[in-house]
Design a protein around this ligand. Structure first.
Ligand SMILES: [Ca+2]
Ligand SMILES: [Ca+2]
Length: 388
């Protein structure tokens, strides 16, 4: 079997200069990323110059064509989901086939029935046209994803090409790395036990499906001593895109653990390398490692977010939750990265008095009440995340 470590991303943009007055139309692939079950990337477009306003009207014969490794994505031909689309959902069609052993092709045709598929990109800004998602069946394989430049083209109106653009390349193997992290959340942290309360789990309130859309995976059971789900993300640059996401259990002693609730080595979908690690929780401010952390497939070295403020990116990325112990700020009910009046008025007020798995339940007690308001939101109001 042929292995390929390089994923070469090419996109040919063919368009007309007749219908649009655009000085240039550019396309690119961005945000290639992996979660527990999917390999995803975005296709973005940008119109520069005076293009006359109105819609970018894509008419007929606009094809994205690429090949990939069947061993990674399935001997049965992979499915493609267009998750975010500015085009009318009836205005695209997907077909697949086999090129050769282990290589299959996917063709996405925009506007297959004619009549035009309207898309309105903001002038001089990148806009996501759609997101492609492929289910992973074997994470030990490489994606071997190639754009076929001879067959890929966005055509516009009269199918006269105006540009052909090389979009660069990237390395996107689907390999796994081990990692070990410890982090505390301010809300459920108990200064008497020096651990976090597991009230939500004790009362059967934790969902079997992760609440994070980036990796909404499901488990059969939730082990004892689990506090909640958190989302682990990897970045190659401090303010760069996420390359890997995984929903993981947080245990009361602060360790992120495997689904058995015991193993403190967790598996992330990323090749050996150096990454900024971001830990997100649905109503706490995200924390990120101060610098990159080296990850590999053989051994995991503990990175402890609780031992010092300097372990976390940003001037006040974490708060002291007792002397010498640090944890993520609570109070961000709507997950914007800021704790402010919206979290109070649009989230806490309508939820006040309710029980359950609520994002306004800042201490994860299973109830939304005045404790969440007075003990947490009022004190943390005005805080914002250092993770951008
Ligand atoms: Ca907020
Ligand atoms: Ca509460």
């Amino acid at each position: 079997m042929q292995h390929c470590n390089k994923v070469i991303i090419l996109l040919v943009w063919l368009s007309s200069s007749g219908f649009l007055n655009a000085q240039s139309i550019t396309a690119k692939i961005s945000n290639a990323r992996i979660n527990s079950s999917e390999f995803l990337w975005d296709v973005e477009v940008r119109c520069d110059g005076d293009w006359g306003g109105g819609n970018l009207n894509i008419l007929g014969n606009c094809d994205l064509y690429f090949t990939l490794n069947e061993l990674a994505f399935g001997f049965t031909l992979p499915t493609v989901q267009i998750l975010q689309v500015e085009l009318n959902s009836s205005n695209y069609q997907i077909s697949t086939g086999r090129v050769s052993d282990f290589q299959c092709w996917i063709n996405i045709t925009l506007d297959p029935f004619g009549g035009g598929a309207n898309f309105i990109p903001p002038l001089n800004e990148w806009a996501t046209l759609f997101t492609v998602s492929l289910p992973i069946i074997n994470a030990d394989e490489n994606s071997m994803l190639f754009w076929d430049e001879t067959a890929t083209g966005f055509s516009h109106f009269d199918n006269q090409p105006i540009e052909k653009i090389f979009l660069g390349d990237g390395d996107i193997p689907l390999t796994q790395s081990l990692a070990k992290f410890k982090v505390f959340l301010e809300g459920p942290y108990n200064t008497s036990t020096h651990q976090m309360n597991t009230t939500l789990n004790d009362n059967g309130l934790l969902p079997l499906i992760s609440p994070y859309g980036e990796d909404p995976r499901t488990v059969d059971t939730i082990p004892t001593d689990i506090v909640d789900w958190v989302l682990v993300e990897l970045r190659e640059m401090a303010t760069g895109p996420t390359v890997s996401s995984k929903s993981v259990f947080l245990r009361k002693d602060g360790y992120l653990v495997a689904d058995d609730g015991i193993a403190t080595d967790i598996t992330l979908y990323a090749p050996d390398g150096n990454y900024y690690v971001v830990i997100k929780h649905r109503n706490h401010l995200a924390v990120m490692s101060t610098n990159t952390i080296s990850l590999n497939a053989m051994t995991a070295t503990l990175y402890d977010f609780t031992s010092s403020a300097s372990q976390c990116y940003g001037a006040e990325g974490v708060r002291a939750i007792e002397p010498g112990v640090w944890g993520a700020w609570t109070g961000d009910a709507d997950g914007t990265g800021f704790i402010n009046s919206v979290d109070l008025n649009s989230c806490w007020r309508p939820d006040n008095g309710l029980g359950g798995y609520k994002r306004s339940d800042f201490d994860l007690s299973g109830f939304v009440n005045s404790v969440d308001l007075n003990r947490y939101w009022r004190i943390n109001n005005g805080r914002g995340t250092s993770v951008n």
